[in-house]
Design a protein around this ligand. Sequence first.
Ligand SMILES: Cc1cc2nc3c(=O)[nH]c(=O)nc-3n(C[C@H](O)[C@H](O)[C@H](O)COP(=O)(O)O)c2cc1C
Length: 255
Amino acid sequence: MTTLKKPSQTITSETIDTLNRRVSIREFSEDPLYDDTVVTILNAARRTSTSSNTQSYSFVVVRDPQSKQKLAHLAGNQQYIETCPVFVAVCADLYRLAHAAQMHGADLAINLELSMVAIVDAAIAGQSAALAAESLGLGTVMIGGMRNHPHEVAEVLGLPRGVFVVYGLCMGWYETRPPARKPRLPEESVIHFEHYLPVDHATLTDYDQQLAAHYRKEGRKTSDAAWTEVIAQKFGKFNREHLRGFLEDWGYVLD
Ligand SMILES: Cc1cc2nc3c(=O)[nH]c(=O)nc-3n(C[C@H](O)[C@H](O)[C@H](O)COP(=O)(O)O)c2cc1C
């Protein structure tokens, strides 16, 4: 096995610092977030790598208080969707591709792969938008709750068949100190060199304790098994079982 010596100096950059500092922000100030700033962020995100240059995603910028109120409700009453100045719906978009194909007499051959293309494209473009926003000092939180009621969300945003919200992104300035960063799983259980090393019980128990200590410091109730128990409870049952039906109705094919 080849090993490379670590450089003695700390490696960093503004981007790495931004990533290392970030936490999800759910409380926003009333400072305005101007369209120029939002469009600059989203245009930077549009430089993200995209599968076969399909650019199979769209952003819908939502400021209208009534729309945000409806979306907050549809996401399970997540109030910060209402209180953030700008909510960006990050959408997978097969509608535009279908249009392009039809210009040449072809029907889009949608299968699991093409559906994944659009979903991955949207996910990574949205992450670029979040990073660009955070690099300007804005706070963000992603909202998977957009998939709770995807038909209703599509109606609020006027999305045609083929376009659906993969997740939303609340954006805004914040006044109060950001919350403490949530500890992550240990590096060695996530970053592997050459061969995957399966995680062991002790590593996860250790992480459970770190996360529990973090939650208690933040004044949140938690069990000692702060991570594993939540994973068991939340993902030991099926979630959002309506999603396959919605996606198939909306032009996506998952087989
Ligand atoms: C795709 C995605 C969807 C998410 N959905 C929600 C959500 O609906 N509501 C919420 O409060 N946080 C949501 N989050 C934020 C995560 O809960 C958060 O990133 C995670 O707990 C780690 O915390 P941190 O971002 O502060 O480090 C989402 C994150 C991602 C990546």
